[in-house]
Design a protein around this ligand. Structure first.
Ligand SMILES: Cc1cc2nc3c(=O)[nH]c(=O)nc-3n(C[C@H](O)[C@H](O)[C@H](O)COP(=O)(O)OP(=O)(O)OC[C@H]3O[C@@H](n4cnc5c(N)ncnc54)[C@H](O)[C@@H]3O)c2cc1C
Length: 385
């Protein structure tokens, strides 16, 4: 599916083309036949995680020493794009591979890396990052979850909400205050191994506007005892800095996702308007349709160029937070606009569940909200003015 027909960027090497084909095959054999069942259940089957792990599609950027294939972020981009182009926008692997595993890789001790990374690669562990709470999302310094010192370990108390992979996750990186009086310097990342954590409870799988088969959930921690080695890294109070350093990549993951959804929307719309007739001719023959799609294609191509530019800069270690924020806000805004315009061209069918454009419309809405809302992106950009 390539609605834009633009040449592959230089960062797509030959092995990435093979990975693209491999992922496409995996998606069509393992995902496509099951999607109705998963949508009805409101959740992916747990087995798909281990299958994806076995196929090498989880955490491809993790070095071989820790069980990975030693790829790069480019491998993640290829896999994430294929998942999205196949219509599997709700699968939580991009967060598992691109957010949770890198926290362990970048900030974990050697022992933590050896303990958790190989199992994240195989899918034996499913990762989640628990930042947001009922009372705070954008303002992370306002988190109320605490990890109080007890003996040489910690006791974790608090509740989190909107957590992606919340029902399946068994390795949860929790943002907590180890020193509630110290502002940002009092925040630490605590790792909860949920299979054996008395006091940990999963709440509701939340009902949502879109991404129905994503198991976004509430999580509760009540006097959960954690040994000292479950503080990520070796020093308390590093959590905020750790979160901030990884933000450009997290935003870029959303950018890649949004761009793939834009391209899928256009690719779905073109054949439909060529087929569907009104007033004795295909919808495509109306100049309005041509102009709308000409604008969508032009804008999608412009955003693809910026998307590729950001990926290239990230791969060179040069992507700054401001540029990543510009891309996140601008491309997800564009995504909303393009998908809406494409849906309009489907008429009433665009509103019907069996037409994938309706799902794209619902699934896209969250991208302006999460991974830092688009307003927060503008706050960050404005600071650079
Ligand atoms: C489907 C889904 C999945 C998610 N997955 C995760 C996850 O895995 N882990 C996790 O921790 N969180 C997750 N989130 C939570 C998400 O990151 C937050 O919803 C988001 O950060 C916004 O926080 P909030 O909902 O508390 O909104 P609020 O912070 O209450 O913001 C409300 C509004 O005020 C605006 N606003 C806030 N501050 C400012 C400001 N300074 N200037 C201008 N405007 C401002 C916001 O932009 C927004 O429009 C998920 C959310 C959803 C919906």
């Amino acid at each position: 599916m390539d609605a834009l027909n633009i040449p592959r960027p230089a960062w797509i090497t030959e092995d990435l083309v093979l990975l693209e084909e491999q992922t496409r095959r995996f998606v069509s054999t393992e995902f496509t036949p099951n999607i109705e069942r998963w949508n009805d259940a409101g959740m992916y089957g747990r087995e798909v995680w281990t299958k994806a792990g076995a196929a090498g599609l989880l955490c491809p950027a993790i070095p071989e020493d820790y069980g990975g294939v030693g790829g790069s972020f480019a491998h993640e981009v290829v896999i994430n794009r294929e998942l999205s182009l196949g219509g599997f926008d709700s699968f939580g692997a991009p967060l598992h591979s691109g957010i949770v595993a890198p926290y362990i890789l970048h900030y974990g001790t050697e022992e933590q890396k050896r303990r958790w990374l190989p199992k994240l690669v195989t899918g034996e562990l499913v990762g989640a990052i628990a930042m947001s709470e009922p009372g705070t999302g954008s303002d992370l310094q306002g988190v109320r979850t605490t990890a109080k010192k007890s003996g040489n370990g910690y006791v974790l108390n608090g509740s989190k909400t909107f957590i992606t992979n919340g029902q399946h996750a068994n390795l949860i990186v929790v943002v907590a205050k180890t020193d509630p009086g110290a502002g940002a310097k009092g925040v630490s990342l605590m790792v909860v191994e949920a299979d054996n954590a008395p006091g940990f409870r999963r709440g509701r799988k939340l009902k949502k506007l879109g991404l129905e088969s994503a198991d976004t959930s509430e999580l509760f921690f009540e006097d959960v005892k954690l040994p000292p080695e479950n503080l990520l890294g070796t020093e308390e109070g590093q959590g905020f800095a750790q979160l901030m350093k990884d933000l450009p990549r997290e935003r870029l993951i959303v950018v890649v996702h949004a761009q793939a959804m834009i391209e899928r929307a256009i690719a779905l719309t073109i054949p439909y308007v060529k087929e569907r007739k009104a007033f004795g001719k295909p919808i495509m023959d109306f100049q309005n349709t041509q102009f709308v799609l000409a604008e969508c294609k032009s804008e999608a191509t412009i955003s693809r160029v910026f998307h590729d530019h950001c990926i290239e800069r990230y791969l060179k270690g040069e992507l700054d937070t401001v540029t990543a924020s510009m891309a996140k806000y601008w491309i997800t805004d564009l995504q909303g606009k393009i998908i809406d315009r494409c849906l309009q061209l489907f008429g009433g069918y665009g509103y019907m569940e069996e037409f994938p454009i309706s799902r794209l419309y619902r699934d896209a809405r969250v991208m302006r909200i999460y991974a830092g809302s688009n307003e927060i992106m503008k706050v960050i950009i404005a600071r650079s003015l």
